[in-house]
Structures are given as structure tokens and as C-alpha cells.
Design a protein around this ligand. Structure first.
Ligand code: ROI
Length: 178
């Protein structure tokens, strides 16, 4: 390719980039190691760059309380993948890290990778709802997201700072030396 063609290709690639935020959660099988391994795997997704990642946070389980505490984090990606191709890549990582889908609702899991936001998109697909339906009330999503993108505003105009103000930390804490 000559230089102009390369430049044009790169320009088109940039235009096709979407900014995505991914929620990471684990409470089984050495959760800190699971979260770190997931972050490494996110950095290797095709046509995708990992551009930021929060600290790891310890959180109390939402849902049944007879399960271990969770480790949570949020990662920021730039991707050229379609939302469903990105979901496929995330589910591949979950399965690779030993995720077994059980019937129990809100039960423990080795690794959960949730698409939280993709630009300002709203997606209502049988496999994927964006923005993530629970993210507005979950301290273990909002605080890590705020750490990496404090100025974020959701597509309906609500600022992340407003959501944080309405959301108690519920014991959420940064895990040192993670
Ligand atoms: N609770 C916490 N603290 N962190 C999670 O990532 C998490 N994920 C879930 C449910 C079971 C709702 N509870 C959680 O899917």
C-alpha cells in the first residue's frame, strides 16, 4: 500500500472505533488472579485496544449473601468489533477462565465480563442490552468507572457523579497491592 492508502485506511479505522467500558467481576477460584488474567486477556482481543483499567475493588455480594465477597474492576477499550463480536470475545474469555453457567440467579462465578457502555449507543438485542441494565445502582461498577472516567455522562444526560452521589459505597474498598 502506498502511504496515502495507508493513511486513508488508518483514518477509516479511527472512525470505526467505539469506546467501551467492561465490568469485571469474580468471587471464585482466586478472584484477584482471575481479574488480573481477564485484564491481560482483554488486552489481546482482536481489533481492540485496552486503554485504561481501574484498581481492583473488594465488594460485598449483591444477591444471595451466602457467597464469597467479589473482586471488581472496570476496563476501558477502543474497539473496531461490532457489539456482538465483542460480546463473543468476552464470553470466550469467560469460558476459557472456567466459567460454568448455572441456573442459580445471582450465584457465584469465576469470571463475569459485562459490557457496560458502548459510546452513547443503546442496544436491545436478545443477547445484549446496553447500557448494562444494573450499572446505575451498583457501587462495584460506578466507583471503578469513576476512577478511570470521572467526567463521564450517560447518553440520557445523567452525569456519573450524580449516580455516585446516590450510591453508597456499601463497604467497597480498593484492594492494595493487587
Ligand atoms: N456482586 C458483586 N459485589 N460484584 C459482582 O460483580 C456481582 N455480580 C453479579 C451478582 C451476582 C449480581 N452480584 C455481584 O452478577
Amino acid at each position: 500500500m502506498d502511504q496515502n492508502v495507508v493513511a486513508e485506511h488508518q483514518r477509516i479505522s479511527l472512525l470505526n472505533m467505539a469506546t467501551c467500558y467492561i465490568g469485571i467481576g469474580s468471587n471464585l477460584g482466586e478472584p484477584i488472579a482471575q481479574a488480573k488474567q481477564a485484564i491481560a486477556a482483554l488486552s489481546h482481543i482482536d481489533k481492540t485496544q485496552l486503554t485504561n483499567v481501574s484498581s481492583l475493588y473488594g465488594s460485598k455480594p449483591m444477591g444471595p449473601s451466602d457467597q464469597p465477597n467479589y473482586v471488581n474492576a472496570v476496563a476501558k477499550l477502543e474497539t473496531q468489533l461490532t457489539p456482538i463480536k465483542l460480546l463473543d470475545a468476552l464470553q470466550h474469555i469467560e469460558l476459557h477462565q472456567g466459567r460454568v453457567r448455572k441456573d442459580e440467579r445471582w450465584g457465584p462465578r469465576t469470571l463475569d465480563l459485562d459490557i457496560l457502555l458502548i459510546d452513547d449507543s443503546t442496544i436491545d438485542h436478545p443477547r445484549l442490552t446496553v447500557p448494562h441494565y444494573g450499572m446505575r445502582e451498583r457501587e462495584f461498577v460506578l466507583y471503578p468507572l469513576f476512577e478511570i472516567s470521572p467526567d463521564l455522562t450517560l447518553s440520557d444526560g445523567v452525569a456519573l457523579t450524580q449516580l455516585i452521589q446516590a450510591c453508597p459505597r456499601n463497604g467497597l474498598e480498593i484492594i492494595d497491592n493487587a
